[in-house]
Ligand binder design. Structure first.
Ligand code: CMP
Length: 145
């Protein structure tokens, strides 16, 4: 399996619920190394640009309102098969369908409709684009050990 990088966003509900540490522990437990990280409060324009692919979906306005409601934690994860591994760790998009033990099952099930705690890139092309959206190359580190 190849070493990949993927983008994680710990979303406003999870940041507000003080789940950053819990979620970061799960990255370490699953051999996902943090190579870049920053807290950011997205504005409407940034959130609309990031989620442009969903702009015609009925939930778009609600999604943007949610994503700008509080700061988020953006993190680049690196590891073997990182994209698929992190998606398994997150669980299904809608927390009520997420597998027990996943981040969304454990940390988002009691939230509101689209408040699902975390985002993760869905493929290598989107991972590259999403990482570039938040980080310059010099802000991402090659950790040697
Ligand atoms: P995410 O993985 O960040 O990708 C798009 C987001 O839109 C998703 O997580 C949810 O927060 C939200 N979303 C997706 N589908 C729905 C839906 N059917 N209803 C409400 N929100 C949704």
């Amino acid at each position: 399996m190849a070493v990949e990088r993927t983008l994680s966003i710990i979303k406003p509900d999870a940041v507000a619920n003080k789940f950053i540490g819990e979620i970061y522990s799960r990255f370490a437990a699953n051999d996902l190394r943090i190579v870049a990280a920053r807290m950011v409060h997205l504005n409407k324009e940034q959130a609309e640009k990031f989620y442009a692919i969903h702009k015609n979906r009925p939930f778009f306005a609600m999604l943007i309102e949610y994503m700008i409601s509080d700061p988020v934690m953006v993190t680049v994860l690196e590891g073997e098969d990182a994209i698929a591994k992190y998606r398994t760790l997150m669980g299904a998009t809608m927390p009520e369908f997420a597998a027990p033990g996943s981040i969304r099952y454990d940390l988002a099930r009691d939230g509101r409709a689209n408040e699902n705690a975390v985002h993760g890139s869905d493929a290598s092309e989107t991972a590259a684009e999403e990482i570039k959206f938040f980080f310059k190359s010099e802000e991402i580190f090659d950790l040697k050990r």
